[in-house]
Write a protein that binds this ligand. Structure first.
Ligand code: HEC
Ligand code: HEC
Ligand code: HEC
Ligand code: HEC
Ligand code: HEC
Length: 316
């Protein structure tokens, strides 16, 4: 019996090992089954600047200057791979949104010339990544952001061939991150400033204030949520409170998309509606709305004054 147990465990280990080996062999292959990724991951220098650096490197090689050689090699590698590397850090990589989704081309062939059919540089006005075509390219997947963006002054200016931001002005390639307000103030003031007079200079501050109010709405919904949980434990009827909380939550979740209309007045109004709904939910769940006032500095000072005068009068 004991011998049999040992046999089984040996077999199990062998089987597990085989499965692991098979997984290592097959899974990355399946994930990376995209010629754009396969090839661009290994790319070396190709742009004009990189070619220049490469020539310097070759000259150094001829003169046997070994130190600089290494420096140039890393610079060249960095530039050539940066698109790919930034992309690997993005949410797009996580969700399998690959190069061809934005650039076009054929990801099923390994030959560059064939894979690149339909791929055009961003300087080409017909390219899917030409700045004025970018909203429609992103909008294939981000249709809600696109439809809000189409209502914006930014989009109108963009289509009128004026200076205006497109999607990747703010969500820079190839990480395509969501910016926090602390990160975008400098970005907006490239156009929104006193000197250029192409866009109102107070827009960035107003935009940051609006996004901060959106944060406040998040806090109010959290408070309402915990008040409702508390009320439920106390056996209260919370149906009205829940309805108002749902309203507040759906407003909260619509904000990141709505933001792209860049209409701060109506954005603020929607937030205010959300805050009202959240506060109503808090009240309906029995949460004390206005907290008991603690005596302020002024009150304390005047009380102390009165006591002091009283003490002085008594001494006489
Ligand atoms: C066999 C290698 C290879 C494959 C496959 C490949 N590329 Fe490239 N790609 C390159 C090289 C090399 C360059 C540098 C420019 C050149 O030499 O044409 C480049 C340049 C680019 C550029 C810069 C624009 C330009 O024309 O220079 C983009 C964008 C691009 N590739 C996207 C893609 C996409 C999207 C795919 C998949 C559909 C893809 N590539 C597949 C090797 C490849
Ligand atoms: C979500 C869309 C998106 C994805 C995914 C994407 N790109 Fe791009 N890429 C862009 C945009 C937009 C630009 C133009 C940036 C600009 O105007 O400076 C660009 C520019 C480039 C350029 C510079 C050449 C040019 O035409 O300006 C290269 C090279 C490039 N991408 C390669 C890649 C590679 C390789 C991948 C995959 C690893 C990839 N991109 C994935 C949107 C994307
Ligand atoms: C093929 C579909 C597709 C295209 C095209 C596309 N995206 Fe995305 N994008 C996604 C998916 C999927 C996600 C991840 C899920 C989510 O957050 O909704 C995402 C996420 C994002 C995020 C959130 C990132 C984060 O860190 O949470 C931003 C910002 C973004 N995309 C911007 C862009 C921009 C700008 C373009 C055009 C240059 C673009 N996307 C093109 C599918 C796409
Ligand atoms: C590339 C230039 C550029 C950048 C960058 C830019 N904007 Fe604008 N913005 C404009 C232009 C141009 C207008 C249109 C002004 C007009 O209607 O005369 C505008 C209009 C606006 C408006 C509408 C103002 C109104 O009163 O109707 C808001 C809000 C706005 N921008 C916010 C922002 C924010 C926030 C950022 C940064 C995250 C930003 N913009 C970045 C160029 C830019
Ligand atoms: C002027 C700057 C600017 C432009 C232009 C812009 N965005 Fe955004 N985007 C932002 C900011 C800031 C946020 C974060 C908003 C928030 O937290 O409420 C954001 C959020 C997002 C998100 C995340 C939404 C979510 O549900 O969390 C996506 C996706 C996105 N943008 C895509 C796009 C697309 C697509 C375009 C072009 C059609 C675009 N953006 C144009 C600044 C911009």
């Amino acid at each position: 019996m004991e011998k049999g147990d040992v046999m089984i465990s040996k077999k199990t280990i062998l089987l597990a090992g085989f499965i692991l080996f098979f997984a290592i062999l097959v899974i990355p292959g399946a994930l990376a089954d995209n010629s754009c990724l396969n090839c661009h991951e290994k790319l070396s220098a190709f742009s004009e600047k990189e070619k220049e650096l490469n020539e310097v490197r070759i000259k150094h090689l001829a003169r046997d200057v070994s130190c600089s050689l290494e420096c140039h090699a890393t610079t060249i590698d960095k530039i050539a791979k940066s698109n790919y590397e930034q992309w690997t850090k993005s949410k797009h990589a996580m969700f399998n949104v690959t190069c061809n989704n934005c650039h076009g081309g054929n990801p099923d062939v390994d030959v560059k010339e064939k894979a690149h059919i339909g791929v055009a540089r961003s300087s080409d006005s017909n390219s899917s990544v030409f700045y004025r075509n970018v909203p429609e390219t992103c909008g294939k997947c981000h249709s809600n952001e696109l439809s809000q963006f189409r209502n914006s002054a930014h989009y109108q200016k963009l289509k009128a061939l004026k200076q205006a931001p497109t999607c990747d002005t703010c969500h820079s390639p190839h990480e395509f991150k969501i910016l926090k307000s602390s990160e975008f103030i400098n970005l907006c003031s490239q156009c929104h400033n006193q000197d250029m007079r192409i866009a109102p200079s107070d827009a960035p501050e107003k935009a940051i204030a609006a996004l901060e109010n959106a944060e406040k709405l998040k806090n109010e919904t959290k408070l309402a949520d915990s008040a409702i949980k508390q009320a439920l434990q106390n056996g209260k009827d919370v149906s009205a409170a829940k309805r108002d909380l749902d309203t507040a939550i759906s407003i909260r979740d619509s904000l990141p998309v709505l933001w792209h209309a860049f209409d701060l007045a109506s954005f603020e109004k929607v937030i205010a509606d959300g805050v009202t709904a959240a506060k109503k939910a808090q009240e309906e769940a029995g949460m004390p709305v206005s907290r008991p006032k603690t005596p302020g500095f002024g009150t304390i000072m005047s009380l102390t004054g009165i006591i002091a005068i009283y003490m002085l009068l008594r001494r006489r």
